[in-house]
Each structure stands twice: as C-alpha cells, then as structure tokens.
Design a protein around this ligand. Structure first.
Ligand code: PEP
Length: 249
C-alpha cells in the first residue's frame, strides 16, 4: 500500500545555524510517527542536517536540483551532489520555481530523470493558478504538467515518485482548498496515473496536498481516501506546528 507522508518545504528560510536548531528540535519531538516525515531544506543545510538525522525517522529532501548532470554551470547543484549529502528526496516543479525561474515542462523532465538516475526520489509538484481554477481548467492543467514532465517515465521509475498537488492560489495565502475540492482533484490525478500506468501503480502512488495546510485543517484533508499527506511550507518552520500536522495521522 502507498505511504502517507508529511513533508516540509523550508524554501529560502533559516540560515545554517537556525536550520540545524530546527532539525534538532524535530529530532527530539518526532518519534514513532504514523507517516513518513521529510524535511526539505536549502542546499547548504543538506549535508549537516542529513548527518544530524542519520538513522532517524525524519528523512531529508532538497528543494531543487540542476537540469544538467555536471560541468560549467556556475552556481548550480546537481542531483549527484544532492545525493552525496545523504538526502533521499528532491522537491521538483514547485510553482515558485516554475513561476520565478522559468522551469518549463522540458526542464523539469530533465531534472526528474537526473534525480532518479542518482537514486533521489522526486516529490513532483503540480497545480493550477487562481485564474485557471476560476475558469474550471484545473484538471487540464495538472494533466498537462504530468504529461509534460513525468508520464514519459517507465512504470518502475514512476513508482519512485511522490506527487504533490499544490493549487498555487493556496500556497502561502492562508486560502486552503476545501477537503472536497482537494479530494476531487486528487482522485482525478490518481485516475490519470491509472490510465497511464494501471491500477496497481496508481494505488501505490502517494499524492500529497500542499497549500496553507496547518494543524487545524490537516486532519480534515488527510481523512480523504486520495489525500496521502501534505507538503507543508510556512507551518514547517516551527517544530511544534509541523509536529501537530504529523500528528494528524
Ligand atoms: C509550499 O510552498 O509547498 C506550500 C505548501 O506552502 P504553504 O504551506 O506555506 O502554503
């Protein structure tokens, strides 16, 4: 059966010392969770935090990786480098990267393949903007995002991916999709995976919800059959808040 996951995305927050302090606090208060727990940190934290959480239940993720394997790409960080820090996951396709750094379907396709080739598990984000939701186009948007970047994968490789549905209008805005809205589109996404890869792959695919998920609304969202946890931004920056979401399982 598929895994339930609560994953944090620290984004560009916390300097190294603050990040180590947060990871240390989480290490102390998270024990025997009823789901997999992941923290997504900036690149510079990865090696230190991975060492700190070695053999711990909390797993570590990058928030991005390069679309090239290696070479003259000043300032970039490759999937191989990420893997060498001890991180196990890599968030890819976050709407902020699509919007602010021009990440296209093609670029993301390369990133996903490089992450998988380096034994990193992608947490692949999809989701529509407000205007698309208002025009009722959310299903076609997520379909195109999947077709453009991950439906080229073999069933075996697709099986290593975690999907995160994150309506852009809900990210960092305090507006959350209702449990009904989220369940509806998660079921649609799982249906697309079933059409492409069959029922077994679809049943095993973890689909997270992201967008202003917090301690108050997490249980209502996670109670739905096709919502397998959350990708958490703001509420992952305080240990107690993040733990309360983990405890929703
Ligand atoms: C995110 O950035 O992935 C996210 C879900 O952010 P927030 O929880 O702050 O809306």
């Amino acid at each position: 059966m598929r895994k339930n996951i609560v994953a944090g995305n620290w984004k560009m927050n916390k300097n190294l010392q603050e990040g180590v302090a947060l990871a240390t606090e989480l290490k102390e208060i998270v024990s025997n969770p009823n789901c997999e727990v992941i923290i997504g940190t900036p690149f510079i934290h990865l090696a230190t935090v991975s060492e700190l959480l070695k053999d711990n239940v909390i797993k570590v993720s990058a928030e991005n990786c390069a679309d090239k394997a290696s070479g003259a790409y000043t300032g970039e960080v490759s999937a191989e480098m990420v893997k060498s820090t001890g991180a196990e996951y890599c968030i890819l396709g976050h709407s902020e990267r699509r919007a602010y750094y021009g990440e296209t379907y093609e670029i993301l396709k390369e990133k996903v393949q490089l992450a998988l080739a380096n034994d990193l598990k992608p947490i692949f984000c999809i989701g529509e903007v407000k205007e698309e939701r208002e025009a009722g186009k959310q299903n076609e948007v997520v379909k195109a995002q999947l077709e453009g970047s991950v439906f080229n994968l073999s069933a075996e490789d697709f099986g290593k991916i975690v999907l995160a549905y994150e309506p852009v209008w809900a990210i960092g805005t305090g507006l959350t999709a209702t449990p009904e809205q989220a369940q509806e589109i998660h079921a649609y996404i799982r249906g697309l995976v079933a059409e492409k890869y069959g029922n077994e792959v679809a049943d095993n695919c973890t689909i997270l919800y992201g967008g202003s998920c917090n301690a108050k609304n997490a249980a209502g969202l996670f109670a739905n059959p096709d919502i397998d946890g959350g990708l958490i931004g703001g509420a992952s920056l305080k240990a107690e808040d993040f733990k309360a979401i983990i405890d929703a399982f």
